[in-house]
Write a protein that binds this ligand. Structure first.
Ligand SMILES: NC(=O)c1ccc[n+]([C@@H]2O[C@H](COP(=O)([O-])OP(=O)(O)OC[C@H]3O[C@@H](n4cnc5c(N)ncnc54)[C@H](O)[C@@H]3O)[C@@H](O)[C@H]2O)c1
Length: 309
C-alpha cells in the first residue's frame, strides 16, 4: 500500500515538474497539476495527470487545494529566472515568496502529509565559501531569486514547527535534460542544443571558464522520490559535487552534434558567479541518493530529444 495516494505538482507542466509527474504516475499515484503555463507547456504533460490551468497566486487556489486535499505536494511553480529576479524583485517575491507561503500555510492547515519544495543550490550560498558547498555552509543569497528561495524554505520550516507538516527542500544544482526550455535558471545546455542543431552561431558568455554543477533530470526525479519515501525533514543539496566549465560543455556538445562553427564569446553579466558545485554527502546519507547519470550520457540523451523535437 503506497503511503501517498494523491499528489499535487505545482509547475507540473514545466521541465522538471513534468518528469516528476511521470514518475508519480508510474507509481500509480493520482496526480493533480496546477500550472499557469507562463513558462511551462501542456505538451510536457502526462495525459493521465489531472490538469488545472491556474496561478498559485489566484485567490481561488486555496479553495482548489481544499477540494483535492492531496496527501503530498511537490512545489515547483516559480519565477525561475535569476536575471529576471534582479530586474523585478517584487515580481519574483510575489510568486516565489507569497506563492510558497500560501502553499506552506494552506497545506499546513489542511493536514497535507508532506511538501517537497524545489529550492536552489548555487544562488543559496555565499561566494567565497568552500566548494563544493555543503548544507553546513550558512546560506548567504545575494540575488532576489536566492533570497526568495531561502525565504520559502524558512516558511516551510515554520509550517513544520507550527502545523507539524514535514517538508524536504531540495537545493538543485544546474538541472538539464529533455523538455528544458531556454528561459530557465540554467538553460545553457538547452540554449546550446537549440543553436547548434540549427547551425546558428552559439555564444558563450564571458571567458567560458566559469564552472557549474550539471545534474541530469532523471537523477533529480530520483531525489524527489527519495524525499517522498524517506522520513526526513530539511534542506538537501542535489548536485554532483563536480565543476564543469561552460567551455567544456560547448566542446562536448560540439563533438556530439558535429557542430562546425567556431566558439564565440559575448560579455558576461555583471556579478556572474565564477565557480559553483554542490556536495551531495547529506543526500547520500539521509536520502540514499547519489547522482548516477554521467555528463556525456546525459548530454547525448538531451541532444537526442532536441533532435527529435
Ligand atoms: N532548472 C534548474 O536548473 C533549476 C535549478 C534550481 C532550481 N530550479 C527550480 O525548479 C523548479 C522548476 O523549474 P524548471 O527548470 O522546471 O522551470 P520551468 O519554467 O520549466 O518550470 C516552472 C513551472 O512553473 C509554472 N509557473 C510559474 N509561475 C507559476 C504560477 N504563479 N502559478 C502556477 N504555475 C506557475 C510555469 O508555467 C512552469 O511550468 C523551479 O522552482 C525552479 O526555481 C530549477
Amino acid at each position: 500500500m503506497p503511503k501517498y495516494k494523491t499528489a499535487l505538482v505545482t509547475g507540473g507542466a514545466g521541465f522538471i515538474g513534468s518528469h516528476i509527474v511521470d514518475a508519480l504516475i508510474r507509481r500509480r499515484i493520482k496526480v493533480y497539476v496546477v500550472d499557469d503555463l507562463s513558462t511551462g507547456n501542456k505538451k510536457n504533460l502526462n495525459p493521465n495527470a489531472h490538469f488545472t490551468k491556474m496561478s498559485i497566486l489566484n485567490p481561488q487556489f486555496p479553495k482548489y487545494l481544499k477540494r483535492i486535499k492531496p496527501d503530498i505536494v511537490f512545489h515547483l511553480a516559480a519565477q525561475v529566472n535569476l536575471r529576471c529576479s534582479v530586474e523585478d524583485p517584487p515580481g519574483d517575491a510575489r510568486i516565489n515568496v507569497m506563492g510558497s507561503l500560501t502553499i506552506a500555510h494552506e497545506c499546513g492547515k489542511l493536514g497535507v502529509k508532506k511538501v517537497v519544495y524545489t529550492s536552489t543550490g548555487g544562488p543559496m550560498y555565499p561566494e567565497g565559501a568552500r566548494i563544493p558547498y555543503s548544507e553546513k555552509t550558512p546560506p548567504g543569497p545575494i540575488s532576489p531569486y536566492g533570497i526568495s528561495k531561502r525565504s520559502a524554505e524558512m516558511y516551510f520550516n515554520y509550517a513544520y514547527h507550527v502545523h507539524g507538516m514535514p517538508y524536504v527542500a531540495l537545493r538543485y544544482a544546474n538541472v538539464y535534460g529533455p523538455r528544458q526550455n531556454a528561459k530557465g535558471e540554467a538553460g545553457v545546455i538547452s540554449i546550446f542544443a537549440e543553436q547548434m542543431l540549427k547551425g546558428a552561431p552559439t555564444m558563450i558568455t564571458g571567458t567560458g571558464k566559469q564552472t557549474r554543477d550539471f545534474v541530469y533530470v532523471d537523477d533529480v526525479v530520483r531525489a524527489n522520490m527519495a524525499a517522498m519515501n524517506r522520513s526526513v525533514v530539511g534542506e538537501f543539496n542535489i548536485g554532483t559535487a563536480k565543476q564543469t566549465s561552460i567551455n567544456t560543455i560547448f566542446r562536448k556538445m560540439k563533438k556530439i552534434i558535429g557542430y562546425q562553427l567556431p566558439e564565440r564569446h559575448v560579455p558576461s553579466c555583471p556579478g556572474e558567479v565564477m565557480r559553483s558545485a554542490l556536495s551531495y554527502k547529506k543526500a547520500q546519507k539521509f536520502l540514499g541518493w547519489e547522482p548516477k547519470v554521467k555528463l556525456e550520457d546525459g548530454l547525448k540523451k538531451t541532444i537526442k530529444w532536441y533532435q527529435k523535437k
